[in-house]
Design a protein. Structure first.
Length: 276
């Protein structure tokens, strides 16, 4: 990516003053990953107390929770890291109980945990059953299980605040372009977007549900890719760059703090990539 485009990307990141989500509690599954960490950071900057949910990355999650900013609206020790293995429904119920005991509420649930592995779309044999089942269990059953586990807590928090609580499902433009790391990954994100609409209808008016749908985001994982490939992806995007993780996180903040009459929608953060 050229320097001008990168500078433009840096310039649009929103400054948060710690009042947008004052007194709110947010739970982020997959919270220590590239996008998850950026989302946790922005939620904390906006005033929310943040639960960094993890599966196997306990130490990175705990380190992130310790490093999250503490703003004036927070109480003492506002952030924490808790196990959030989204493929284990019983464990997700335990997580909801832990959040209830610690905070007494949950206003925002961000379903960011996900998995994939590259497999060429025409290599049907390469997409073995184990990988297929793992992707669907994590990317589709996972956000449903998390939402189910936190449903009552989210509903109760709505009663306390008078405003609908929020579930944000982190999706992907692969849901509509059918281009991604493999066929089943694309299908899993299409399922997430469809589930977002179904849950938005089922859980209204107490809980809003939206999908945030990024294009290729410039996470540490993507930065390890071949530079020529990254440049090609940027060139194929009308805005000529990749998404900054913070821009994806800002869509979560916007959904929580500003788009309060929005539910069942797919919010794209893709630089116009499906147009090309």
């Amino acid at each position: 990516m050229n320097g001008v485009a990168s500078n433009i990307g840096a310039a649009v990141i929103r400054d948060l003053d710690g009042t947008e989500l004052q007194s709110k509690v947010a739970v982020v599954t997959g919270g220590s990953g590239g996008l998850g960490a950026a989302i946790c950071q922005r939620l904390a900057q906006a005033g929310a107390s943040v639960v960094v949910g993890y599966n196997s990355s306990k130490q990175p999650a705990e380190e992130l929770a310790e490093q999250l900013p503490v703003v004036a609206s927070h109480g003492a020790d506002p952030h924490c890291a808790l196990a959030a293995p989204v493929t284990d429904s019983a464990a997700m119920k335990v997580l909801a109980e832990q959040v209830s005991e610690r905070y007494g509420r949950c206003d925002i649930l961000v379903n960011c945990a996900g998995t994939t592995r590259y497999c060429a779309h025409d290599d049907l044999d390469g997409l073995d059953d184990e990988l297929l089942d793992r992707i669907l269990a994590t990317n589709v059953r996972g956000p449903f299980a998390a939402t189910r586990a936190f449903k009552t807590l989210l509903q109760n928090s709505t009663g306390q605040s008078g405003m609908a609580s929020l579930v944000v499902n982190i999706s992907s433009i692969a849901a509509i372009t059918a281009m991604g790391s493999n066929v089943i990954y694309c299908a899993s994100k299409a399922a997430v977007d469809n589930m977002t609409k179904s849950l938005a209808r089922a859980l209204a008016p107490q809980i809003r549900v939206v999908s945030v749908s990024p294009g290729l985001a410039d996470t540490d994982f993507v930065k390890q890719m071949d530079q020529s490939w990254r440049d090609e992806q940027a060139e194929r995007t009308p805005l000529k760059r990749l998404a900054a993780p913070e821009e994806v996180a800002d869509a979560v903040i916007a959904s929580a703090a500003y788009l309060t009459f929005t539910t069942g929608n797919i919010i794209a953060v893709d630089g116009g990539r499906p147009l090309s």
